[in-house]
Design a protein around this ligand. Structure first.
Ligand code: NAP
Ligand code: F7E
Length: 349
């Protein structure tokens, strides 16, 4: 019997980290994840997978941070992963304008720290560690759609600039040292586990709360941007496939369909028999110093070489998120009626 493969995931507590962990566990992997120390529990998305560390478990959590190269090096020595998925990031584009230096530290230099740790580990042990780097369609910025692997990067935010640095650093380590590093250039992907300050989840949370009388209005920024929204569960499958390929490469992962925020509002509020135009207001505080107007990806290469295809279009995605957030709002309503009202959490970005 062959030993189970071992994966190390940075960003395991995030949206993608949780879906990827489920996928890898279902394939028999032992999964190790890097968790940041926080003053409150921050493992909500993986708590259903995590078993008490005192029992036999295939998921193991370690404290670490992408700003701490010593901790990353030690983790590689301790875990000896076959595959490393680098998903950790300050991933909010608007916040990256407020915290550009921190964003660059984590999103750009953090990747360099991971790559150097992998290079050192491979040199010392002779073991290959395959690396997946979580690149983003934000790197395309103002480039004309449809964007492909051949499209020039024209980043429009500190986040996107940092991801471009990370992308080329990966290409450089691949070419200079022969490491197995795949860059995924993933377009927006969402789910019921999406962070509540990203626009799709902000909309499904608010619409379902409005439906149950828990909230009156929704305040948003630019409604005209177009995004190519897919389902996160499909996109982690593409990440895994990139590391099973014969050789490392770069791949665009997208559905190929884009719609505006307005159209997404129509899908979500329409599903709840609500008129979004009467319930949504534009608040300039959510505008960005520079906007990315239109992202729409062509994932023909991933479809051809990885056999990957999305299973969920934006309409099915909106429905899935509405159904999940409706259940959440219903629970909130029960709590409110029993006198346990929670203060609504409003992301100010
Ligand atoms: P997410 O939900 O924001 O999760 C980000 C993860 O990174 C969290 O686990 C977070 O930990 C962790 N993290 C943040 N700062 C860190 C640090 N200094 N050191 C170590 N870990 C850190 O993001 P996601 O949507 O799952 O996205 C996963 C990756 O794909 C990110 O790199 C993102 O930039 C990229 N990406 C996402 C999309 C998308 O549409 N979702 C598209 C393209 C690329 P905490 O839980 O403690 O905050
Ligand atoms: O914004 C507009 C906003 O924050 C989408 C990250 O996962 O995907 C994500 O980045 C659009 C933008 O995602 C609000 O101006 C309007 O045009 O949901 P978002 P994003 O910026 O596309 C990429 C691929 C990543 O890599 C990132 O990590 O929606 N918008 N009103 C708003 N956006 C937010 N957040 N909040 C609003 O109120």
């Amino acid at each position: 019997m062959t030993a189970p493969r071992t994966a190390l995931i940075t960003g395991i507590t995030g949206q993608d980290g949780s879906y990827l962990t489920e996928l890898l566990l279902s394939k028999g992997y032992a999964v190790h994840g890097v968790v940041r120390r926080a003053s409150l529990f921050n493992t909500d998305r993986i708590d259903h997978l995590y078993v008490d560390p005192h029992q036999e478990s295939r998921i193991h959590l370690h404290y670490g941070d992408l700003t701490d190269s010593g901790a990353l090096r030690n983790l590689l020595e301790e875990v000896e992963p076959d595959e490393l998925y680098n998903l950790g990031a300050q991933s909010h584009v608007r916040v990256s304008f407020d915290q550009p230096e921190y964003t660059a530290d984590v999103v750009a230099l953090g990747v360099l720290r991971v790559l150097e740790a992998v290079r050192g580990h491979q040199r010392r042990t002779g073991r290959q560690v395959k690396v997946y780097q979580a690149g983003s369609s934000e790197m395309f910025g103002s480039a004309k759609p449809r964007q492909t692997e051949a499209t020039r990067f024209e980043p429009r935010s500190p986040y996107a600039c940092a991801k471009v640095f990370a992308h080329y650093q990966c290409v450089n380590h691949r070419e200079s040292y022969g490491l197995f590093i795949a860059n995924g250039v993933l377009f927006n992907h969402e789910s019921p586990r999406r962070g509540e300050t990203f626009v799709t989840r902000k909309i499904t949370r608010a619409a379902t709360r409005i439906k149950l009388g828990l909230q009156e209005k929704l305040y948003l920024g630019n409604l005209d941007a177009r995004r190519d929204w897919g389902f996160a569960g499909d996109y982690v499958e593409a990440m895994w496939r990139m590391l099973q390929a014969d050789r490392p490469d770069d791949y665009v992962v997208a559905t190929g369909e884009s719609i505006t925020i307005r159209a997404f509002l129509g899908l979500v509020f329409g599903a709840l028999d609500l008129d979004w135009e009467a319930l949504v207001e534009v608040d300039p505080r959510y505008f960005r110093p520079a906007e990315v107007d239109h992202l729409e990806g062509d994932s023909a290469k991933a479809r051809r070489l990885l056999g990957w295809a999305p299973t969920t279009d934006v309409r099915a995605l909106a429905k899935m998120m509405v159904e999940s957030d409706l259940r959440l709002a219903e629970r909130e309503l029960v709590l409110k009626r029993s006198g346990h009202e929670e203060a609504p959490r409003g992301g100010y970005r």
